[in-house]
Design a protein around this ligand. Structure first.
Ligand code: ASP
Length: 608
């Protein structure tokens, strides 16, 4: 291979095949760098020793595919190239075959300046020849293999499930495939193998996994693809902890091949704690949590403070702290809260910011001292207090509960963390996996979430998620209140969990419902009639009645994991053939219209 020759090979005969990466013509000497996925070797054509061969090589251009035979030679000390692994040798050619020519490419794999992304995606085959892409795709392969090996070693079977199926329960829009044989009927591409993997548990394959493509027709955000890959698994009889242990095991194996020895088990935190402490269900723990400082106020002090600043004393007064941000000017301080996600979510109209610690210390010297101590503020930290406005300014205020308020604070925390990233340096890799990769299990998610557009409760995960046994009575008491915002459905906790890394959700899963009677109750609580439930999931409800073992599982996004490991800044950098933000494949040019004949066969008429 083009990356394999070393000094110890000097004197040997070798054959190299690959692309012309670069040519340098020094008159009598012609240097051709030949490249394959393993590296680059310099080939020399010397006019004096073989004029005909030298002339033939003169025709070589960038990205021609060649085979060269020659002798490996030690390079002179002054021509050694320390930047490449083969840099101490070169191949002195005795024979050359031009296996194929190439048009002048629109950009070269060896270019240091990248063309724009549209160009890269249109000519993806050239883009994939670049070092960085070769690295990412190799990383993807290695990580996937390590995960497969690990799961297989733990007794999991990789089992395929259909791509042409019917709507699955993840709640996004489906991609549909029309049936020709049964005009007017459609398959749906799976949003996940959810029901199939549960059926596999019913079928006695007690440990299943699949590295599998999932399809969701959602509005694409920067970090989404219409088709993406999940590491999907399911097992029989587990407690949540058993599922976590398996996930920790395969992540450890996957990170290991990328050179990172991560610590397991991961810390755990309930959803409620995550919201209170980080204002997010995917906390980035590389920076300090928020601190509710009300505890250090005497009752009268709190009263006075709350009325003076027009904030609510029944909600936290959150101290947000960004380490090492250092001294910032008054002008800069006044811009806090005017940028980023916080601004976008109407944060400013809900909260009161107290962002000037000096002023605070002047007005409330003793209190300030206590607050700083309580929240462990260091002298170099930027800190501010956030309270919930007692009379929010926005007329659109829907609710101003604990969660709503904490989430606003969470946005502000992240905005500040990003703004002062160069100061606190917490996002810079240190080489210490314990600091670089802050994993976390977030547990006890709510079972239902309120959908304010549809004015109803929806399943927060999917409707096959099991609930905490202790919350069963709440479910029963609120079973017919799907449109009641105030019902206690919102307090029911699911046996659902997410694995989070550095503020990104890597995956979610749950223990499932394995009993028909409970499944019925959940459908009812979701306002689904028996008929509706049957028409969507009938086959599954039938299957549940034939001795279903307790089971549970999880699915993690492989693309995202590889993206983090490759330190890439977009999913498109780790997916060989991705789609754009408009769900277009620029290389094959899809989607496209199809012929009238094809449509006719499918019984489809397009309304223009
Ligand atoms: N099917 C779920 C998802 O894709 C994961 C799971 O519950 O296992 O989010």
């Amino acid at each position: 291979m083009c990356g394999s020759l070393r000094l110890s090979d000097a004197g040997q005969k070798a054959v190299l095949m690959g692309w012309v990466n670069r040519r340098r013509d020094l008159g009598n000497l012609l240097f051709i760098d030949v490249r394959d996925r393993t590296g680059i070797t310099q080939i020399v054509f010397d006019k004096e020793s073989n004029a005909a061969l030298h002339e033939k090589a003169g025709a070589l251009r960038n990205e021609y595919v060649i085979a060269a035979v020659g002798t490996v030679k030690k390079r002179d000390a002054n021509t050694v190239n320390k930047n490449i692994a083969t840099g101490e040798v070169e191949l002195v050619a005795t024979e050359l075959r031009i296996l194929n020519e190439s048009k002048q490419p629109p950009f070269l794999p060896s270019d240091t300046v990248l063309p724009n992304e549209e160009m890269r995606l249109k000519y993806r085959y050239l883009d994939l020849r670049r070092d960085a892409m070769q690295f990412n795709i190799e990383m993807r392969h290695k990580v996937a293999m390590a995960i497969r090996d690990y799961l297989s070693s733990q007794g999991f079977f990789e089992i395929e499930t259909p791509m042409m199926t019917r709507s699955t329960p993840e709640g996004a829009r489906d991609y549909l495939v029309p049936s020709r044989v049964q005009p007017g009927m459609f398959y749906a591409l799976p949003q996940s193998p959810q029901l199939f993997k549960q059926i596999l548990m019913i079928s006695g394959f007690d440990k299943y996994f699949q590295i599998v493509r999932c399809f969701r027709d959602e509005d694409l955000r920067a970090d989404r693809q219409p088709e993406f890959t999940q590491i999907d698994l399911e097992m029989s009889y587990p407690q949540p902890e058993r599922v976590w242990e398996v996930v920790e095991g395969f992540l450890k194996a996957g990170f290991k091949v990328a050179g990172h020895d991560i610590m397991t088990p991961f810390p755990r935190m309930t959803y409620d704690q995550a919201i209170r402490l980080y204002g997010s269900d995917k906390p980035d723990m590389r920076l300090p949590a928020m601190t509710d400082v009300r505890e250090v106020f005497a009752p009268a002090e709190l009263e006075d403070f709350a009325s003076k600043f027009r904030i609510r004393k029944d909600l936290p007064i959150q101290l947000i702290r960004i380490p090492k941000a250092g001294e910032i000017s008054g002008t800069e301080r006044r811009t806090i809260g005017t940028y980023g996600a916080f601004q976008h979510v109407h944060g400013p109209s809900f909260v009161q910011l107290m962002s000037d610690p000096k002023r605070f210390a002047k007005d409330y010297p003793a209190l300030s001292e206590r607050v700083v101590q309580f929240a462990k503020v260091e002298p170099d930290d930027l800190w501010l207090l956030v309270g919930a406005l007692s009379k929010p300014e926005a007329a659109v205020v829907m609710e101003q509960g604990l969660q709503h308020f904490c989430e606003r604070c969470g946005f502000l925390r992240i905005d500040l963390a990003q703004k002062y990233a160069t100061k606190h340096g917490a996002f810079v890799k240190t080489g210490d996996p314990g600091r670089d990769f802050r994993f976390l299990w977030v547990t006890d998610f709510p079972m239902f979430e309120w959908d304010k557009d549809d004015n109803r409760w929806n399943p927060a995960h999917h409707p096959f998620t099991s609930l905490h046994e202790e919350d069963m009575a709440k479910l029963e008491a609120n079973i017919d209140s799907v449109h009641d915002r105030k019902s206690l459905l919102g307090e029911i906790r699911a046996l659902a969990y997410d694995v989070v890394l550095n503020g990104t959700e890597l995956g979610s899963g749950s223990i499932r419902i394995h009993r028909q009677d409970i499944q019925r109750k959940i459908f009812r609580a979701l306002g689904m009639t028996e008929e509706e439930a049957r028409s969507r999931f009938g086959f599954f409800l039938d299957a549940l009645e034939y001795g279903t073992p307790p089971h549970g599982g999880i699915a993690l996004g492989l693309d995202r994991i590889v993206m983090i490991l490759a330190e890439a800044d977009s999913l498109r950098e780790v997916i060989p053939f991705p789609k754009t933000a408009r769900a277009v494949d620029l290389m094959v040019d899809a989607p496209t219209p199809v012929s009238e004949a094809q449509l006719k066969e499918l019984g489809i008429v397009i309304k223009r």
